[in-house]
Write a protein that binds this ligand. Structure first.
Ligand SMILES: [Zn+2]
Length: 82
């Protein structure tokens, strides 16, 4: 899997790899400033990694790009495809 701009990590509460978002409260430990996008829970230690958008489907986010808007018509992101 290639490295990319998207942070993911393992969430023990969701029992899967999840998108990691920046926590509301910043911690000194970089890994602890990233929490689960679904439940806001802390990620398991040392599971934070960065993947490419193309690898999202491999961790269960196949719909991510569609939700984000492109190629569906009426895309407002300025991508020029809609
Ligand atoms: Zn979670």
């Amino acid at each position: 899997m290639a490295e990319g701009p998207i942070p993911i990590g393992y969430c023990p509460r969701c029992a899967r790899e999840v998108l990691a978002v920046v926590a509301a409260v910043a911690e000194a430990d970089l890994e602890r400033t990233r929490v689960c996008a679904h439940c806001d829970g802390p990620l398991a230690t040392a599971t934070l990694r960065w993947i490419a958008e193309a690898d999202l489907d491999a961790v269960g986010y196949a719909a991510y790009a569609e939700i984000d808007g492109c190629g569906r018509g009426g895309c407002t992101s300025g991508c020029g495809r809609g």
